[in-house]
Design a protein around this ligand. Structure first.
Ligand SMILES: Nc1ncnc2c1ncn2[C@@H]1O[C@H](COP(=O)(O)OP(=O)(O)O)[C@@H](O)[C@H]1O
Ligand SMILES: [Mg+2]
Length: 255
């Protein structure tokens, strides 16, 4: 075998045999395999407690695998690669208040790129571009805690976009958003030309935003396929405690 160089066509995300037990002994993941290729938008569906957030926390090394591997663009997640992995994987956490901690929106978005060495006009341009992509450039000088929840969620997305990640990972992005904010965020996500892994139990959101879905259930991947096909399988959804909103017809929706 030749030297191990990450192939140019390596998947953006390659999770293999990932298992994890929390320190209290509770096992949350039992051997998860998941490959996401460049440009894909994949929804990670599953009921509460399925292990979705636990999986997300492995993608940039916040948690480290009990067994198995996670590779990002061919690079394995590990102690030595952590800085580069965290640049490649942009995670938008469920609660924006876990992500925003500076006095102004501008400083929050500048934090990551400044840490990575950007300065002056280059840093300013990077911050402005990230805020423009989420429609928040006009709010750059406001304190994040003066913004609505939906606006804070968008700023959290901007903090991640500012790092120019290879994959954008969102944990329950539509949770706690009112219908207008939910729609605005969907339009923003659709406008981004990025590889996306979106954790959600909002099935219509998955259908609109993600051509492919996987179902995580009790710590194992139970299904992987076109979102429309998965959502049309009432028996599959029922088995994994996933519910479509009353009256929602997946075959009549956009995708
Ligand atoms: N810090 C923790 N310590 C022990 N068990 C945990 C911890 N966090 C989550 N769990 C358990 O791991 C399982 C998966 O949780 P989680 O990944 O948060 O699920 P999801 O995001 O799909 O709702 C659940 O049974 C949960 O109770
Ligand atoms: Mg969760």
């Amino acid at each position: 075998m030749g030297p191990v160089t990450p192939a140019a066509d390596a998947p953006v995300l390659d999770v293999s045999g990932l298992a994890y037990a929390y320190p209290d002994g509770h096992q949350a993941l039992f051997g998860v395999d998941l490959t996401v290729r460049r440009g894909e938008r994949v929804a990670l569906l599953g009921p509460n407690g399925a292990g979705k957030t636990t999986l997300v926390l492995h993608l940039n090394g916040i948690l480290t695998a009990g067994a198995g591997t996670v590779r990002v663009g061919g690079l394995p997640v590990g102690k030595d690669t952590m800085a580069e992995i965290r640049r490649r994987v942009g995670i938008v956490f469920q609660d924006p208040d876990d992500q925003l901690f500076m006095p102004t929106v501008r400083e929050d978005v500048a934090f990551g790129p400044a840490n990575a060495g950007l300065r002056g006009a280059e840093l300013e341009a990077c911050v402005t571009r990230a805020l423009e992509r989420v429609g928040m450039a006009a709010h750059a000088d406001r304190p994040p805690h003066h913004l609505s929840f939906g606006q804070r969620r968008r700023v959290a997305v901007a903090t991640v976009l500012a790092m120019d990640p290879q994959i954008l990972v969102l944990d329950e992005p539509s949770a706690n958003l009112d219908p207008a904010a939910r729609r605005e965020l969907a339009d923003i996500l659709l406008s981004l030309d990025l590889t996306v892994l979106m954790v959600t139990h909002d099935l219509p959101y998955a259908l609109e935003l993600c051509p492919r879905s996987v179902i995580l259930s009790d710590g194992v991947l139970a299904a992987d396929g076109p979102t429309g096909e998965l959502l049309a399988d009432a028996e599959l959804l029922g088995r994994h405690r996933l519910e479509l909103p009353f009256g929602f017809d997946p075959s009549a929706a956009r995708r």
